[in-house]
Design a protein around this ligand. Structure first.
Ligand code: PMP
Length: 428
C-alpha cells in the first residue's frame, strides 16, 4: 500500500499544475469592444477598419489616460516644482520607462520624438550630416518608407554622400546575397525597415545588423510596422538606431521614439535647440543636458506620451506573443480568402509576413476600389503608401492595402471579400 501524499506534496503538486496550466485565451470580442470607434457606422454600415498600418485605433484606456491627464494633472514638465508640475513630469518619465521596458532598452537611451519621421531625421542630421562626406555611401533597401529615404537624401545633398539601393526579390523579400554584395567598404550607414508597410515582409534585422556591424556599418532600423504586431527586443537586434512611432501601436498621433546606442547619443550634437535640452545658457555659448533630454527641445507632447504609456500597458496586458499569433491567424484566413478571388493578385508574398496585404484587381484602379469598399463600411488604404521607389519596382501605380490588427475579426475579412465582389461587379 502506498503512503498517502502529505499536505506539502499536495500543495506542491497544485502549484505545479497551476504553473503548467496555459493562460486563458484572450477574449478577442471583449478586446474589440475596448475600441469605441470600432462600433461606429460608416455610410450606414458597420465599420470594418482594415487600415491599421496607416494608424491604429485607440482603446478606451489610452483615451481615458489622456483625458485624465488634462483633467487632473496638466502642467508643463521639468520646470515647475508645484504638485501638478511634478505629477506631469513623473507621468511623462514613467511612460518613457514603461516604453523602454517594452522594447528591452534603458530609458536613458530612449529619446521621445513626434514619431518615426522625426526620429530618422534626428539620426540623419545629428549623426550622419557631420560625419559623412563625398566617397561615403548610405545604403537603403528598396522597400523603405519615404521617412527612411528622404531625410537621407536631404543630408546627402548637403554633405556629398551617395545613396545606394539594396534590391528585393519578386516575392518582396530582401535579396540577402545582393545586400551583402552592396555592403562595400564605402557604406557607412544602412537604413532598413523591420517590417514593410506595403509588402508586410518581416526582415531578418538581427542577421543584417550582425553583418553590418562586422563591416563597421551603422544600422538604422525603422520599427514603425513591427512594434504594433510582434514582440520586439531592440537590444537583441544589435542595431545602432531603432525608430518607431506611437500612433500605429495604439498610442496617440505625434508620439514615438528613437533608441540609440549610448556612444552615439553622447557623441551626437543636439538636433533642435531650445528650452528643456540645456544645462546652462549664456550668449557666449550653451551647454546641454545629458541624453535623452539633449534631444528633446521645447515642450513635448506630454499628454500624448501619457497616452502612449497607457498603450504599452494595454499591449503588455494582452501579450505581444498572443497578439502576433492572433494576427497570423487573421492573415492566413485573409490571404486564403483573397487569393480565391478571380483577377486579384496579392503583392508581397514573403515567407515571413506581418498582417499587411497589398493587392491589385485586374481592370480596377485602387482608388476606385477603395472608394467602393468604403461605401460598404470597409476601410482600406489605396495608393502608393509613401513608398514610390518600391511601387515603381513592383510596376504597380497603386495598390489597395488591407492591414489587420488584433482587434479585427474574421467577420471583417468576410466583409472585405463580399465588398470586393460587389465592387468588381460594379466596375465591370
Ligand atoms: N516607416 C514606416 C514603415 C511607416 O509605415 C510609416 C508610417 N506610415 C513611417 C515610417 C512614418 O511614420 P510617422 O508618419 O508616424 O512618422
Amino acid at each position: 500500500m502506498s503512503t498517502p501524499p502529505s499536505r506539502t506534496q499536495d500543495l506542491a503538486e497544485a502549484a505545479a499544475a497551476t504553473a503548467a496550466a496555459p493562460a486563458p485565451a484572450p477574449d478577442w470580442a471583449a478586446i474589440r469592444a475596448d475600441f469605441p470607434l470600432l462600433s461606429r457606422q460608416v455610410h450606414g454600415k458597420p465599420l470594418s477598419y482594415l487600415d491599421s498600418a496607416n494608424t491604429s485605433q485607440k482603446p478606451r484606456a489610452v483615451i481615458e489616460a489622456m483625458d485624465a491627464h488634462y483633467r487632473q494633472h496638466n502642467a508643463n514638465i521639468s520646470r515647475a516644482v508645484h504638485t501638478l508640475g511634478m505629477e506631469a513630469t513623473e507621468a511623462y518619465e514613467s511612460a518613457r520607462t514603461r516604453l523602454a521596458a517594452f522594447v528591452n532598452v534603458r530609458p536613458d537611451d530612449l529619446v521621445l520624438t513626434s514619431g518615426t519621421t522625426q526620429a530618422v531625421n534626428l539620426v540623419a542630421y545629428s549623426h550622419a550630416l557631420p560625419r559623412l562626406g563625398p566617397g561615403d555611401t548610405i545604403l537603403l533597401s528598396r522597400m523603405e518608407h519615404h521617412a527612411n529615404i528622404v531625410p537621407w537624401q536631404l543630408v546627402a545633398g548637403r554633405n556629398g554622400a551617395r545613396i545606394a539601393v539594396a534590391d528585393i526579390t519578386p516575392e518582396g523579400e530582401l535579396d540577402l546575397d545582393a545586400l551583402w554584395r552592396a555592403m562595400t567598404p564605402d557604406v557607412r550607414i544602412l537604413g532598413l525597415t523591420h517590417v514593410s508597410n506595403v509588402l508586410g515582409t518581416v526582415n531578418p534585422v538581427a542577421q543584417v545588423c550582425r553583418e553590418a556591424r562586422r563591416r563597421g556599418i551603422v544600422t538604422v532600423i525603422d520599427g514603425s510596422q513591427a512594434l504594433p504586431h510582434r514582440p520586439v527586443d531592440i537590444a537583441g537586434i544589435g542595431c545602432d538606431f531603432y525608430a518607431f512611432t506611437g500612433h500605429k501601436m495604439l498610442g496617440p498621433t505625434g508620439t514615438g521614439a528613437l533608441w540609440a546606442r549610448r556612444e552615439h547619443l553622447d557623441s551626437m550634437p543636439p538636433f533642435l535647440g531650445g528650452g528643456e535640452m540645456i544645462r546652462e545658457v549664456r550668449f557666449e555659448g550653451s551647454t546641454f543636458a545629458a541624453p535623452p533630454h539633449k534631444f528633446e527641445a521645447g515642450t513635448p507632447n506630454i499628454a500624448g506620451v501619457v497616452g502612449l504609456g497607457a498603450a504599452v500597458d494595454y499591449l503588455r496586458a494582452i501579450g505581444m506573443d498572443r497578439i502576433e499569433a492572433r494576427e497570423q491567424e487573421l492573415l492566413a484566413y485573409a490571404t486564403n480568402a483573397l487569393s480565391a478571388l478571380p483577377g486579384l493578385r496579392i503583392v508581397g508574398t514573403a515567407r515571413e509576413k506581418a498582417a499587411v496585404i497589398s493587392f491589385l484587381v485586374e481592370g480596377a484602379h485602387a482608388h476606385d476600389l477603395a472608394t467602393l469598399l468604403d461605401l460598404e463600411g470597409v476601410a482600406v488604404r489605396s495608393g502608393q503608401h509613401c513608398a514610390h521607389p518600391l511601387m515603381e519596382a513592383l510596376g504597380a501605380p497603386a495598390t489597395c492595402r488591407a492591414s489587420l490588427a488584433f482587434y479585427n475579426d474574421f467577420d471583417d475579412i468576410d466583409r472585405l471579400v463580399a465588398a470586393l465582389g460587389k465592387a468588381r461587379a460594379l466596375l465591370g
